[in-house]
Design a protein. Structure first.
Lengths: 355, 375
């Protein structure tokens, strides 16, 4: 396949001249129009030799990857609204998959991007998302090297869905896994929780409340790589996404068959998030993040882990509790007034309370 | 956060706990009426910190718990009808009706929307003149003014495709029903601060006198609840039975007169069925005659939908503190939070749901405080 444009790509580039101002069913039909969409939009934005090889898949130069230690992951993104303060579906699709790779201890290298477009979607909107993905990929230092496009009939989709898959390479001989978590480990959260979920909720139709909240969406791989480069005694990392901090703690307690005791007083929560949650009757510990993670580390490593995370300026990390032998699967929390209670797995959608 | 953090202060909480321990000389059973208070008690682990002699009984003040299953069935019947946009507060969506809940009906394609203010539902009606918009008007005196305002606005703006499915309940008749029950164990009440912010304190004075029971109007933060318990225990220990106000930063003797006038013009007092407690005379609100055209029960002909509650369920007794959930044969067997038979298992704020999670998750006696997520 040949390149259709010679100009260098910048993020202020205007939308490429397209034959149609809106996505049509034909843009997913595999014909010329789809070809044009791929060449004019995706190739131009993601521009790299691997992608431009133009095959259904891509053969990657795996030189340097330790034999059998390649990490591969995928995730789909169906967020509404498509754009929100601090991010959009595109940056989320890149960071989400990058973060999944990073949590395994891998250095993210390559992503795929699958687009499911709804007939009638503005090309302008799609271009904004694509540009944002490119920007996010640059920030995370990954390449988007292969992809797929489908168009569904109007009314059958929510504008735009994205799937990304990612490959990362293990450059450190570490085994970060919930089963490596053991009693005595300290629990560190990398920054304030709940910001992404509340920033998105603030934008949703019918839920508008005035706020200056921006999503915490960010790539975590650089921070994680620095932690691993330092050779610290880290047993498990998990990014906080849907279900919030509570879901991460419950999942790890279950898979590691340990008890986790945390201190409510220590959990960092932004004032606006806290206020918005109060107003809506939600618990910030169950609200999503997109740029935060929990680290389970040996006590001796705590200080250095906190120091390194702090140096990335993506949030103020705090040690919120520890792992005990106690009862397998149980998460308890010392409340701010000194009581103790169970922190349970969230179930279903977060629904605001009446009173 | 001003007006919240000071009421979540660990030092203040410790001082009240010490003060309660100091004045308590015998066992007392105190009911916190409101679900918001129950939520706080569970969320902050308050019961564990109190002297063993103080028993808290979780009262019927959770609108999600006490809305009768037939009302949920009516909501489902209306939401199923083509052309209807059914609007509700979020946490009513998960309350099970006889064969499904509103959330799963939404998944099947019914147009069910979560609103934060009933006025949003009126605006949806104005924007969709060809559709029928129905708002699920539930709650206590707290939500009644905003719901009344929505109906009043629909009337003044001539928005006739709006109607309300009304299932409003009132606190004082519930207190009366609990006190007239021959087996009641409740010796003092923490009344709901928000309800009194709207309605004032005067309705409670005759109740305190008639049943010789202290009633302390109490807020919802942990220090509020502890101070309310302290004031209630002090009255009990001193053999007093008065209406006292802990929630002075919001509730006044007269309440909010504008809100009361609005509620009185749009609604009228009527008999209501309470989940777990049955029919209580003059215990709820229905639409006044002038606003009868906005009554969704009439508009959609669901007035006759009726559903019997489970004969097995003892939630009425649990709500009054007469029995504990563990004494119910259905508990954990045919009755679980996923398939609740009665009020106290429906919401995470209910006593049965709290017991269920405690028994299932943590055999340690110090960990019986599991926070309900939502509601």
């Amino acid at each position: 396949m040949t390149r259709t444009t010679a100009e260098p790509f910048t993020l202020t580039c205007p939308i490429p001249l397209m034959d149609y101002p809106r996505v049509l069913m034909a843009h997913g039909s595999g014909g010329r129009m789809m070809q044009q969409l791929i060449e004019k939009m995706f190739y131009r934005a993601f521009d790299n030799p691997e992608l431009l090889s133009g095959h259904d898949g891509v053969t990657l130069d795996t030189g340097g990857i330790e034999a059998g230690r390649v990490v591969f992951t995928t995730d789909s993104y169906v967020i509404r609204p498509l754009f929100f303060p601090g991010g959009d579906i595109g940056s989320l699709a890149v960071f989400g998959t990058v973060n999944d790779l990073a949590m395994c201890g891998a250095k993210p290298r390559y992503l795929s991007a699958g687009f499911i477009l709804e007939e009638g979607l503005d090309m302008e909107t799609l271009w904004r998302v694509v540009c944002s993905m490119r920007q996010a990929a640059d920030r995370a230092e990954v390449k988007i090297v292969t992809g797929d496009t489908k168009v569904v009939e109007k009314g059958k989709g929510d504008g735009l869905y994205i799937n990304t898959a990612g490959i990362g390479e293990m450059i450190h001989a570490v085994h970060l896994h919930p089963r490596s978590v053991k009693p005595g480990d300290k629990v560190i959260v990398s920054g304030d929780v709940g910001r992404h979920g509340m920033a998105v909720m603030a934008q949703r139709e019918g839920l508008s409340f005035e706020s200056d909240l921006a999503s915490d969406a960010a790539p975590l791989n650089h921070c994680v790589m620095t932690l691993l480069d330092a050779g610290l005694d880290i047993h498990c990392l998990r990014d906080i996404t849907r279900g919030g901090l509570a879901a991460v703690l419950c999942e790890i307690a279950q898979s590691a068959a340990v008890q986790i005791d945390i201190d409510q007083q220590q959990i960092p929560i932004n004032d606006t998030v806290s206020g918005a949650c109060e107003l809506l009757g939600l618990n910030p510990l169950y609200v999503a993040c997109e740029g935060r993670f929990v680290a389970f580390v040996a006590p001796a490593a705590v200080e250095q882990v906190l120091e390194i995370i702090t140096s990335f300026d993506q949030g103020k990390p705090v040690s919120i509790g520890e792992v005990t032998a106690g009862e397998a699967g149980l998460v308890t929390m010392k409340t701010i007034i000194g009581g103790q209670r169970i922190l349970d797995m969230p179930s279903g959608e977060l629904l605001p309370r009446i009173c | 956060m001003k007006y919240l953090d000071e009421y979540r202060n660990a030092e203040a909480a410790k001082q009240y706990l010490a003060a309660i321990a100091q004045i308590t000389t015998r066992s007392w059973a105190i009911m916190e009426v409101c679900g918001g208070q129950t939520h706080s008690i569970v969320k902050y682990g308050i019961s564990d910190l109190l002297p063993k002699a103080i028993r808290l009984i979780h009262g019927p003040g959770c609108p999600v718990c006490v809305t009768p299953v037939e009302m949920v069935n009516k909501a489902i019947a209306i939401a199923r009808q083509p052309g209807v946009i059914f609007c509700s507060f979020g946490d009513m969506l998960r309350v099970p009706g006889s064969d499904c809940d509103l959330l799963s009906l939404k998944g099947e394609g019914a147009d069910i929307r979560i609103v934060y203010s009933p006025l949003d539902a009126v605006n949806i009606a104005a924007d969709n003149p060809q559709r029928q918009i129905v708002f699920f008007a539930v709650g206590f005196e707290t939500t009644a003014p905003a719901n009344a305002l929505a109906i009043h606005q629909a009337a003044t703006r001539d928005i006739h495709n709006f109607s309300a499915l009304v299932s409003h309940v009132l606190v004082p008749p519930a207190i009366e029903a609990i006190m007239t029950s021959p087996d009641t164990q409740v010796q003092g009440f923490l009344a709901a601060g928000h309800v009194c912010t709207v309605m004032g304190l005067t309705q409670y004075i005759p109740l305190a006198e008639k049943y010789r029971v202290p009633i302390v109007v109490t807020g919802f933060e942990p220090v509020d609840v502890l101070q309310g318990i302290y004031m209630c225990v002090r009255q009990l220990e001193e053999n007093r039975h008065e209406v006292e106000n802990q929630y002075t930063r919001s509730a006044t003797v007269g309440g909010n007169r504008h809100a009361q006038q609005l509620v009185n013009s749009v609604f009228q007092i009527s008999e209501r069925k309470w989940r777990g407690m049955g029919e209580i005379p003059a215990s709820g609100l229905s639409l006044a005659d002038d606003y009868a055209t906005f009554d969704a029960e009439r508009r959609f002909d669901v007035a006759n939908v009726s559903t019997a509650e489970s004969a097995e369920c003892i939630s009425g007794l649990v709500l009054q503190g007469i029995r504990t959930p563990l004494e119910c044969p259905a508990f954990g067997a045919t009755c679980t939070p996923e398939h609740p038979l009665g009020a106290t298992m429906v919401s995470g704020e209910g006593a049965c749901a709290a017991y269920y999670h405690y028994r299932r998750k943590a055999p340690s006696a110090s960990l019986n405080n599991k926070e309900p997520h939502t509601p």
